[in-house]
Design a protein around this ligand. Structure first.
Ligand code: TXA
Ligand code: MG
Length: 329
């Protein structure tokens, strides 16, 4: 295993200090040396590699146990670096200006001299680009100076990590450096929008930017994704915990775990365990808690996780999407 040494760097206490410190430079040097660096973004933790280094990219797929046809997102420090990677039409430019830095990924035609290795693009003629807003991610990208491809830093099929400890538990022996920036703020992945010539803008994955917000910038409706082949990461198994997941539940059995939302208590007692995504019914809180709470309940090995109904609008679309994937098997 080439990346056997694990170094957990606690960065939470240093967030307001100089981010171009030794720790960031060490992590950037690890990327340059072809090693994997896990880092916090505002959505979830990413497992980063030098986007131009095919071996490093391969190490990501190896570490994740992810099917190699699954394309990765290239992360860059600012909008200027992003537009160099692909062909941005006026719609993509408007979305970039409105939401970057932030939890939006744009899939656009790859530039002829695109610096993102083909393996990371899964051989596709397109490239997925994002400018994250998290200060540690931005400091790392600025120090490295080139694109960093990063899927969520979990083993394939497991829930995405929202804390450094999740990364260490899933991938600890496979990653060179883990930058610990504390719990992530948004808690679901970036929204993936595809802007291809002659086609409507398509929503490939709901996430931290709502469909409504994107449509307000575009002045037109966002279309659905065309089919599963264009977004192979969207397989039904992608977000599954080990336990079965029972959706739209109003009651909990003694051998189940309960994942609640809002003030209502479940019928039939409290089950094996009881967590509430947001007792006040706040969807942003629920999104921030979702993956950590699924993990926590899954670790108790319940017969199933019974999940209360979650409202459909706004961030509820992303939350329900993740829950449906978790329930599919
Ligand atoms: O919030 C996020 O986006 C996190 C953080 C770390 O930035 N990253 C993340 O990456 O969720 P990943 O690899 O778990 O998900 C990337 C998604 C997948 O659904 C993948 O199929 C899609 O983006 N994707 C990437 N490149 C694509 C492309 N060229 N065409 C279509 N879909 C693409
Ligand atoms: Mg993922």
């Amino acid at each position: 295993m080439p990346h056997a040494r694990l170094r957990v760097i606690s960065y939470a206490g240093a967030m307001r200090e100089d981010l171009s410190t030794r720790l960031i430079l060490d992590a950037a040097a690890a990327l340059s040396a072809g090693r994997l660096v896990a880092f916090p973004t505002e959505t979830v933790y990413g497992l980063g590699a030098d986007a131009g280094d095919g071996r490093a990219v391969a190490a990501i797929y190896e570490a994740k146990g992810r099917p190699s046809f699954n394309p990765l997102i290239a992360h860059v420090a600012d909008v200027r670096d992003a537009v160099a990677l692909g062909v941005f039409d006026p719609r993509a430019t408007a979305l970039a200006e409105a939401f970057w830095p932030g939890p939006l990924t744009l899939v656009v035609p790859a530039a002829r001299d695109c610096a993102v290795h083909e393996l990371a693009r899964a051989g596709l003629p397109t490239v997925a680009v994002r400018v994250p807003s998290h200060p540690v991610a931005r400091a790392l990208l600025a120090a490295f100076g080139r694109p960093v491809v990063a899927p969520s830093a979990n083993r394939s099929g497991r829930v995405s990590p929202t804390r450094a400890e999740h990364v260490a538990a899933d991938l600890g022996d496979r990653v060179g450096v883990i930058l610990d920036g504390g719990p992530t703020e948004i808690g679901v992945e970036s929204t993936v929008l595809m802007c291809l010539p002659g086609e409507p803008v398509r929503l490939l994955r709901p996430g931290g930017i709502t469909r409504e917000a994107a449509e307000a910038v575009l002045g037109e409706a966002v279309a659905e994704r065309p089919d599963a082949v264009l977004a192979p990461g969207m397989t039904a198994q992608h977000y599954a915990p080990r336990a079965a997941v029972r959706l739209e539940a109003h009651e909990v059995a003694a051998d189940e775990a309960w994942l609640g939302f809002g003030p209502a208590a479940p019928l039939g007692g409290r089950g094996l365990a009881h967590l509430n995504l947001s007792p006040t019914g706040d969807l942003a809180d629920a999104a921030a808690n979702l993956f950590a709470y699924l993990r926590e309940l899954d670790a108790l090995d319940p017969v199933s996780i019974a999940v209360a109904p979650i409202p459909a609008g706004g961030l509820g679309e992303a939350i329900n999407d993740r829950l449906r994937r978790a329930a599919a098997r």
